[in-house]
Design a protein around this ligand. Structure first.
Ligand code: GLA
Length: 425
């Protein structure tokens, strides 16, 4: 069969054809006569219709089946990181009971970076890390711990170091060669980048590196990652930066109770492998009261938040240690069902929170946000139990069995403090 152009040429002649094509081009350009659907069919015979992050073929990386636990340098050391700080921290975690309690990842946050080499590979700041990152990772691994690092989806990190934009696969490969197990990926200097695209790109790059690397997304909740990132990242920040204050907004940073109120309603989006991240712990930083640190740790645990300590664990006080190492509370955080607990009752400053546990039990917090002692009652109805049910209560701060209770549990709670219990049949 003659090609269509020849048939047309025979019928209308060369001059006619030129005229016809010119007219067609004119119409297409000026009036958009080729409909978008037809244009796409011609240019892209296999168009991708959903977003890559939500592609049904995409699998999650299988990591972080319970909320990750570890330590990160930022909240205490900010940009003042170096080899000694990280080694001292790893030594402390391995020997002070934290490792045994489940703290695993030692993560260097911003400011470890040097320049890119001639081939574009990222290097460490030689003055701060004279032995390089690989040696540090080996040191941490030798302690039975895991190693994490920080980068940014933009041209520069928030601390002004080189970001990963345009170097994603190269950086992921470098991290894998160093033995990195965890990447925190920030969102400064990203200009007009689209968060879903940028985080999916790095997620794919990490997987292509051939090493299992947990992916911690830090874009502060701007693009609502809970709606699209379950198969992209293992955790995503839901808020701006935390600061060691009880409440309110302090410059760019937020106090603990303010963060709690942002993170709480997002509970349906968390689950094994993908967690809401209300930011790293401030237990032991600043000058909060013991009650306030207890509330902070209890709420993070009940919200199935990552438990990433942010204090100087090599020099912490006994009070801080007792909070961070409370195994009863940690067990609630690490419960296999992976449900994010949430508020089930509120009256003024008094609240009841509940987290369903894998064995059918509940972890319950009676939280007093006010400045006066007050009695708070958790009624079985708030927890989804019939009132007639008898349940065994355990106090998770006193580490004490409270015996069988029916219908409700009431306690007096101090200012800014919590009572935290489990209820089990
Ligand atoms: C941002 C992040 C912080 C920390 C700093 C580092 O503010 O949200 O957690 O990583 O950058 O510069």
């Amino acid at each position: 069969m003659a090609p269509i152009s020849r048939v047309v040429r025979i019928v209308i002649g060369r001059a006619g054809l030129q005229l016809y094509l010119a007219a067609l081009l004119f119409t297409a350009l000026t009036l958009g006569a080729v409909s978008p659907a037809i244009a796409q069919e011609v240019l892209d015979p296999n168009p991708v219709v959903g977003s890559p992050a939500q592609d049904p073929q995409r699998n999650s990386n299988g990591l972080a089946q319970t909320p990750p636990m570890g330590w990160n340098s930022w909240n205490k050391f900010a940009c003042n990181v170096n080899e000694k700080v990280i080694r001292d921290t790893a030594d402390a975690i391995a020997s002070n009971g934290m490792k045994d309690a489940g703290y695993q990842y030692v993560v260097i946050d911003d400011c470890w970076h040097g320049q890119r080499d001639a081939d574009g590979f990222i290097t460490a700041d030689k003055a701060r890390f004279p032995n390089g990152i690989k040696a540090l990772a080996d040191y941490i691994h030798a302690k039975g711990l895991k190693f994490g690092i920080y980068s940014d989806a933009g041209a520069k990190t928030c601390g002004g170091r080189p970001g990963s934009q345009g170097h994603e696969y190269q950086d992921a490969l470098q991290y894998a060669r160093w033995g990195v197990d965890y990447l925190k990926y920030d969102w400064c200097s990203t200009g007009t980048r689209n968060a879903e695209e940028a985080y999916t790109l790095m997620s794919d790059a990490l997987r292509a590196s051939g090493r299992p690397i947990l992916f911690s997304m830090c874009e502060w909740g701007n693009a609502k990652p809970w709606l699209w990132a379950a198969k992209v990242g293992n955790l995503w920040r839901t808020t701006g930066d935390i600061t060691a204050r009880w409440e309110g907004k302090h410059g760019y940073s937020l106090g603990i109770t303010t963060i709690v109120d942002f993170n709480e309603p997002l509970w349906p989006y968390a689950g094994p492998g993908h967690w809401n991240d209300p930011d790293m712990l401030e237990v032991g930083n600043g000058d909060l009261t013991a009650a306030e640190y207890r509330s902070h740790f209890a709420l993070w645990s009940l919200m199935a938040a990552p438990l990433i300590a942010g204090n100087d664990v090599a020099t912490m006080s006994q009070q801080t240690r007792d909070i961070l190492l409370n195994r009863d509370v940690i067990a609630v955080n690490q419960d296999a069902a992976g449900v994010q607990g949430h508020r089930v009752w509120k009256q003024g400053d008094l609240e009841v929170w509940s987290k369903p546990l894998a064995d059918g039990g509940r972890a319950v917090i009676l939280w007093n946000r006010g400045t006066q002692r007050a009695s708070i009652t958790a009624d079985w109805g708030m927890l989804g139990y019939p009132r007639s049910l008898k349940l065994n209560a355990r106090d998770l701060w006193a580490h004490k069995e409270l015996g069988q209770k029916a219908g409700s549990y009431a306690a007096t709670v101090g200012a800014h403090d919590v009572v935290m219990i489990t209820l089990r049949s």
